[in-house]
Write a protein that binds this ligand. Structure first.
Ligand code: ADP
Length: 500
């Protein structure tokens, strides 16, 4: 099956596949939930049911953790780094070969336009795994000269942290599962992976491909289920050594609480309210479309979305009109249409949340420059929206909306880097920031002052596996990707040998 296969043939293969409910992968076996319970997942473009999947509970999480522990202490610990790298690369190859079916699955389950499912979900997952596979053979300890009397050999080992629970959100299920699995497996950990309840289907397929790739049983376990049951059981489990979580700041707090019982290591990649600064001297031909896509891409359901715009007053009308023009022009609609740029929100709940924020902005005195409502018809579509005349005190300026809603504010030519950084830093978040100016001094002064896990200057773009990803303040703990990302799956052990 490829992009040329007629869409009806691809859809019927998908329907055929999901006539039987999805199961849990535990210790190399596909199982129903111990309770026998399942839940349905839907197509956000229509609200129609797509499939049923097993609803894991505490007993299933226990079994998955036990399988992961057995593999960690047993077979997986004997697998050499180059073999771990080979297996991860093999998984990447299998995802690539199955790319068209996976992209369709993601489009139907997440509501992502098909062109982006191919590029971001499939392309992103493959790129992540290949990058992370490279780390398996490059994990290094160190030797240290110590000052104790006598002659010593001291060295530091970097060991795998152990059994890892990985909890993934619904906005980029496949790419994020790959971004979490890759470094854990490269470091020699074993995994219990839980996709979000809204979007489990591509992760089930990923687990099938992992078995096909040849990972020993129990190295990758996969449980579909709800956050408050399966997720909470994993976060609280006494035999899980680390939780890697991406999701809302509120759930991040719950994970911290649950992890306290056995002092789990935690990495948290949480919410954002990321600022974009456009100065009057910027290359507006680039800055305007980038700022528009920075918030409208994926209907704004991106943790690093550029959801606050600060624009210098001299060019504010031009920039805002340009972004509003893009909001009117971008094709919002059916996700299987190859031209569609913006799909629906993931669920009716998200639709209520986002339209509720737009309403609250209006009530607090903001004006709607463009958009401002849901689209008529089936599915959870919201119009790309720009709110102007906003104040720092408004909820729409402070809180993460997770929808295609930009809040815009003008700044004056007299504002210096300190004042602009204060605007950028005014929320509890600190995930990402984008600066558009030709004044390199200002760009770097501002970049230094922003409390932000990443800063982009005069360009836009997504996640790169080589760059640390994570945030200051309530945007999380730790970093994924890059060297920091692999090290977050290791423990240090200092060993000292007296030589005399
Ligand atoms: P959202 O509110 O946008 O759905 P969440 O942060 O709640 O985002 O969800 C992200 C992931 O966290 C999902 O896989 C979800 O099932 C899981 N989750 C939700 N609540 C909990 C919890 N209390 N403990 C562990 N995982 C949870």
């Amino acid at each position: 099956m490829n992009a040329q296969t007629p869409i009806e043939t691809r859809l019927s293969a998908f329907r055929e596949r999901w006539q039987t409910p999805g199961k849990l992968l535990i210790g190399g076996e596909w199982r129903e939930a111990a309770s026998g319970e399942t839940f349905a997942t839907e197509d956000p473009s229509t609200g129609d049911k797509l499939a049923d999947v097993a609803s894991a509970g505490e007993a299933d999480v226990d079994a998955a953790v036990a399988a992961a522990r057995k593999a960690f202490e047993g077979s997986w610990s004997k697998v050499k780094p180059d073999e771990r790298a080979r297996l991860i690369n093999k998984l990447a190859d299998l995802i690539e070969a199955d790319g068209e079916a996976l992209a369709l699955t993601e489009t139907l389950d997440v509501g992502r336009p098909i062109q982006f499912s191919r590029m971001i979900d499939v392309g992103g997952a493959v790129g992540q795994l290949r990058y992370q596979a490279g780390w398996a053979t490059k994990i290094q300890g160190e030797t240290n000269e110590i000052s104790a009397p006598g002659e010593w050999l001291s060295y530091v080992l970097r060991e795998p942290v152990g059994v890892v629970g990985q909890i993934v959100p619904w906005n980029f299920p496949l790419a994020m599962a790959a971004a979490k699995l890759g470094p854990a497996l490269a470091a020699g950990c074993t995994v219990v992976l839980k996709p979000a309840e809204q979007t489990p289907l591509s992760t089930i397929r990923l687990a099938e491909l992992a078995l096909e790739a040849g990972f020993p049983e129990g190295v990758i376990n996969m449980v579909t289920g709800f956050g408050r049951t399966a997720g909470a059981a994993l976060a609280a489990h006494p035999d899980v050594d680390k939780i890697a979580f991406t999701g809302s700041t509120q759930t991040g707090r719950a994970i911290i609480e649950a992890s306290k019982s056995n002092f789990k290591r935690i990495s948290l990649e949480l919410g954002g309210k990321s600022p974009t600064f456009i100065f009057a001297d910027a290359d507006l031909k680039k800055a305007i479309p980038a700022a528009a896509m920075g918030i409208f891409f994926n209907a704004g359901q991106v943790c690093a979305a550029g959801s606050r715009l600060f624009v210098q007053e001299d060019v504010a009308d031009q920039v805002l009109e340009g972004i509003a023009g893009m909001a009117r022009m971008l094709r919002v609609g059916q996700t299987l249409d190859p031209e569609t740029m913006i799909g629906p929100l993931v669920s009716a709940q998200q639709l209520d949340r986002v339209t509720g924020y737009i309403e609250s902005g209006r009530n607090e005195g903001a004006s709607v420059l463009v958009g401002g409502g849901r689209k008529d018809g089936p599915g959870w579509f919201v119009e790309p929206t720009v709110l102007v005349d906003t104040e720092a005190s408004m909820a729409v300026r402070r809180e993460e909306i997770f929808g295609p809603v930009l809040v815009a504010t003008r700044f004056s030519s007299a504002d210096d880097a300190d004042r602009l950084a204060a605007l950028g830093n005014e929320t509890e978040y600190g995930l990402n920031a984008t600066i558009w100016t030709r004044d390199i001094g200002m760009a770097h002064r501002l970049a230094r002052r922003l409390k932000s896990g990443s800063v982009r200057i005069n360009g836009a773009g997504g996640v790169d596996p080589a760059l640390p990803l994570g945030g200051y303040k309530a945007s999380g703990w730790g970093r994924e990707n890059g060297k920091a990302g692999i090290e977050a799956y290791t423990e240090l052990k200092a060993v000292s040998v007296a030589l005399d």
